[in-house]
Design a binder for this molecule. Structure first.
Ligand code: GLA
Length: 404
């Protein structure tokens, strides 16, 4: 276990002890994610290609004899309480709703949950487009699985966590974030078909490739409403394409680039550009997976750049800060490509660098940070990540798959 994780583990156990006394029975963690490519394709039944990052939400806790849930998250300044017999939204502690929503979904599935006292500790930046919410949901599900001895198919876990976010928290997200947080394996990117939920782990562990995450410092405020507008535009676009093509179009996934090109002139904007983004982005994901399979990093980087342009111009979900940050990342020596990641409207950009040692990567990030500060007047946060493992128990011992 690396020092950072060992320290976090020690810290969360100390916080648990201060809050509840004694030791927790189980400790789990679930990672945040960065999407390499496949922006906004998930809720169009399309393809995505993310990695889990080496930042996570940890939860430790133990059983209670009654049906109460005592939740403690020192970083959010508080403690919350609920009963498993009557789970309601907690307006005073929004962070607790991720836990409560997942508990309710587990109960709805008929899982025998027990009361628990638990402490939460995360180091995934919040509201930065790195899926701290999904990490919290997946950590909660993984915690109850371990604590109550549940055996749930991991794909089902991802789905129930998405349902918790949609129906309890109230954010109408797709399946991307929860899926990658639960099902990733270390050293691999995850290629997911969001319609069939078939997936493949694609090796992504070349030590010469560095993934840089660049938080613009612009919080993704008010994201829900433009996100929902985009979802509605895609559904409208699919209905229009169905009429124009004269065949069923359940989702934009069902339209090939060729078919789209044949009728796009007849579509009004912005529907035409929204559809163009989704349809070209799906093709780019498949192209990116093939490029990585054959070790063509240059092509992968070029696809990242194209994805950014499409998200910026056609899908209109970028922001000045993200455009500036991706430009700066692209200007670095060894840059393969860069794009905004997550839902957009602020949050993080990501870039791939090739052939540099750690020192050169750090120097490059420092230069980007200085230029960004100068030009945007904002304090960014740049760091690198490796493709991390999905959710699991945290032990001092390596996990069975050898990843920790
Ligand atoms: C957010 C959502 C995901 C996905 C991305 C955009 O992260 O939670 O489901 O739609 O935006 O790719």
């Amino acid at each position: 276990m690396n020092t950072d994780r060992a320290q976090r583990l020690e810290a969360i156990h100390r916080m648990f002890n201060e809050a509840f006394g004694g030791e927790p029975e189980v400790t789990v963690e679930a990672p945040g994610r960065v999407n390499l490519i496949g922006g906004h394709t998930d809720y169009n039944d399309g393809f995505v290609f993310p990695i889990a990052i080496d930042r996570s939400v940890m939860i430790c806790g133990r059983r209670r004899a009654d049906r109460r849930l005592l939740m403690h998250q020192p970083a959010m300044g508080g403690s919350a309480e609920a009963s498993l017999d009557r789970i309601e939204k907690d307006a005073a502690h929004p962070w607790a709703n991720y836990i409560l929503g997942v508990a309710r979904e587990l109960l709805d599935l008929g899982c025998a949950l027990c009361g628990a006292e638990l402490t939460v500790h995360g180091n995934v930046p919040i509201a930065a487009g790195l899926s701290s919410s999904a990490a919290m949901e997946v950590a909660t599900a993984t915690f109850f699985e371990a604590l109550c001895g549940l055996a749930i198919d991991p794909v089902e876990v991802a789905r129930l966590c998405q349902r918790a976010e949609n129906s309890f928290v109230g954010m109408n997200c797709g399946i991307l974030d929860q899926f990658v947080s639960k099902l990733s394996t270390q050293g691999h990117a995850l290629m997911l078909d969001c319609r069939s939920l078939e997936y493949r782990h694609v090796p992504f562990d070349d030590p010469a490739v560095h993934v840089v995450i660049a938080d613009t410092g612009v919080p993704r405020a008010l994201i829900d409403s433009p996100y929902n507008t985009r979802r509605a535009e895609c559904e409208q676009g699919a209905r229009l394409l169905e009429t124009l093509l004269g065949r069923p179009v359940k989702a934009l996934r069902d339209v090939s680039l060729e078919a789209f090109r044949s009728v796009e002139a007849e579509m009004p904007d912005p529907l035409r550009s929204r559809c163009r983004h989704i349809i070209t982005e799906n093709a780019r994901v498949l192209d990116a997976v093939a490029a990585l399979d054959r070790g063509d990093l240059k092509r992968l980087g070029a696809l990242l750049n194209e994805s950014h342009v499409s998200l910026r111009d056609d899908y209109d979900v970028s922001a000045d800060a993200l455009n500036l940050m991706t430009d700066l990342l692209r200007g670095l020596d060894g840059a393969l490509g860069a794009r905004m990641t997550g839902a957009g409207f602020g949050g993080c950009a990501m870039g791939l660098l090739h052939g540099l040692d750690e020192k050169n990567v750090d120097d490059g990030c420092a230069r980007v940070a200085a230029r960004y500060r100068e030009r945007a007047g904002l304090q960014p946060n740049l760091f690198t990540t490796r493709a991390a493992a999905g959710a699991g128990l945290v032990n001092a011992e390596p996990r069975r798959d050898g990843t920790r």
